[in-house]
Design a protein around this ligand. Structure first.
Ligand code: NAD
Length: 489
């Protein structure tokens, strides 16, 4: 089916239009004249239908042997691998991710499907010594039921899959509500599961307005858990509703990630990695590098290297093979980024590169922002404290490694951080003192690997972890079983 025909929601193993009949166009942020596709603009009634189909499917999906569920995920992995270029191009046109990175994200989706298929073959639970003579005591991990999956637009393949795959493999059924800025990619994932033979109702997708559909999903009595990635404001709202209902919830939210550059660091390597972390995908990763905290002894040399690299960045429409930096996702996001840039120019820092909208016909119909670097930024400035989610990097001087860590920790977030040094003792101190969930040494704040636990400290997360084997904790509940021989043995 062409993406220009509204495909509808994927509910109960069928493509269904919105109950209101409404549809919405999705436009290309690199060129708003291009309509990438049309999606259903759904209602709470559609969410209810999806949850009911997931509830109906739950028992048989839960009772299917885990290796059989694994085979479906493995098949989906192969199908997605075969459609990698198609889905990457859709993703790139839909939300502006440079095509090279879009291919990388779809490949990550393939790998996630394989990885969680593997979980269907591995042991779950423990045998525990019982004090009762002859008794066998063990734990089993069971699914929760229908899981609501609410995702942002910035990783529309990887995030829905890193939540849905563990949910499914452990026997839950899923209703995915993707972000309104990236619904087509979520529907492509549904079509991959359709082709892989996922039983009707095990996986459902409903597209439309976030707040109405999100509320309807969390409040449906058959939904037993909600996993959310997105902004802190929406996360707090979800936590309140989930707590009021007494259901399990998991939140992955914002970041203000710092890279600390010590005087002994390899400055060329650090500059390459900091620029990549700050500017790739226009800084719209929760793990993007937003601050570089630099020891004064190398501040001038490092600044020169970073600014020189920022000025050389290829800003291009996302599907251009040369694109390093594409557009930001929509006009509201661009306005927000430009407002932060104005704060920087108005005295929060000194502008060293970029600072506006690039000029030229290539950029006239898209939401482009120049790669922007501010130097001499105060640690308490708003551009150094608040999540910008754009291609903006603040350089902050530090008098010592200890002060650099203090500055890095002096924000409300705690998702990811990097340290650039060759000094093992300094690295060990940083690993001990930094208040983030993902600690990197001589590596980018972004680009973390999915087979390891993912999540943040402080306001970045709700203290649970996603991905890797950590996902078992959220998507299952533990049953402790004791079997005592009747009459002893
Ligand atoms: P957002 O909070 O606006 O939206 C996220 C999702 O919530 C979307 O599906 C949206 O439709 C839905 N939503 C909106 N209002 C809702 C409501 N009232 N109830 C329920 N759901 C609702 O976030 P976004 O703009 O899509 O994404 C950007 C944010 O996501 C940034 O803050 C970024 O840091 C964060 N993010 C975090 C991670 C992480 O793993 N920590 C990863 C990627 C993005």
């Amino acid at each position: 089916m062409s993406t220009l025909e509204a495909k509808g929601n994927w509910i109960g193993g069928a493509w269904r239009p919105s109950s209101s009949g409404e549809v919405r166009e999705v436009r290309n942020p690199s060129n708003v004249d291009e309509v990438v596709g049309v999606v259903a603009w759904s209602t709470p009634a559609d969410v209810a239908a999806a949850v009911e189909s997931a509830e109906k499917a739950f028992r048989s999906w839960k009772n299917m042997p885990a290796p059989s569920r694994a085979r479906i995920l493995s098949k989906a992995a192969d199908i997605l691998a075969g459609r990698l270029e198609e889905v990457a191009r859709l993703l790139s046109r839909e939300q502006g991710k440079p095509i090279g990175e879009a291919r990388g994200e779809v490949q990550r989706g393939v790998d996630l499907l394989h990885y969680y298929a593997g979980e269907g073959w591995r042991s779950l639970g423990h045998v525990i010594p019982s004090a009762a003579p002859g008794a066998l005591m063990f734990t089993v991990r069971e699914p929760l039921g229908v899981v609501g999956v609410i995702t942002p637009w910035n990783f529309p393949v990887a995030i829905p899959l890193w939540k849905s795959c563990p949910a499914l493999i452990f026997g839950n059924t899923v209703v995915l509500k993707p972000a309104a800025d990236a619904p087509l990619t979520a529907l492509a994932i549904a079509s991959v599961f359709e082709e892989a033979g996922m039983p009707p109702g095990a996986f459902n997708v409903v597209t439309g307005p976030g707040s109405q559909l999100g509320d309807a999903l969390i409040q449906h009595e058959a939904v037993k858990a909600v996993t959310f990635t997105g902004s802190n404001a929406v996360g707090a709202h979800i936590a309140r509703q989930a707590a009021a209902r007494g259901i399990k919830y998991q939140l992955e939210m914002g970041g203000k990630n710092a890279a600390i550059v010590l005087a002994d660091a390899d400055l060329d390597h650090a500059a390459d990695v900091v620029i990549s972390g700050a500017m790739r995908f226009a800084g719209q990763k929760c793990t993007a590098t937003s601050r570089a905290i630099v020891e004064r002894g190398v501040l001038d040399a490092f600044t020169e290297k970073v600014v020189e690299r920022a000025r050389r960045i290829a800003v291009r429409p996302a599907t251009d093979e040369e694109a390093y930096l594409g557009p930001v996702v929509n006009e509201a996001q661009r306005q927000k980024v430009l407002e932060y840039i104005e704060l920087g120019k108005a005295g929060e820092g000194k502008l060293a590169a970029g600072g506006g909208i690039p000029e030229g016909d290539l950029y006239a119909r898209g939401f482009f922002v120049e790669p922007t670097v501010f130097v001499d930024v105060r640690p308490d400035a708003r551009i150094a404290q608040e999540e910008i989610f754009g291609p903006v990097l603040s350089l902050i001087p530090a008098d010592s490694p200890e002060q650099a860590i203090e500055i890095a920790n002096g924000v409300k977030y705690g998702l990811s951080a990097s340290l650039f040094t060759n000094d093992l003792t300094r690295a060990m101190q940083y690993i001990r003192d930094i208040e983030v969930g993902m600690v990197r040494v001589n590596a980018e704040t972004a680009g973390v690997e999915f087979q390891a636990p993912f999540g943040g400290y402080k306001a970045s997360s709700s203290y649970s972890r996603e991905q890797g084997r950590a996902a078992i904790e959220f998507f299952t509940q533990v049953k402790t079983v004791t079997i005592a021989p009747a009459g002893g043995c």
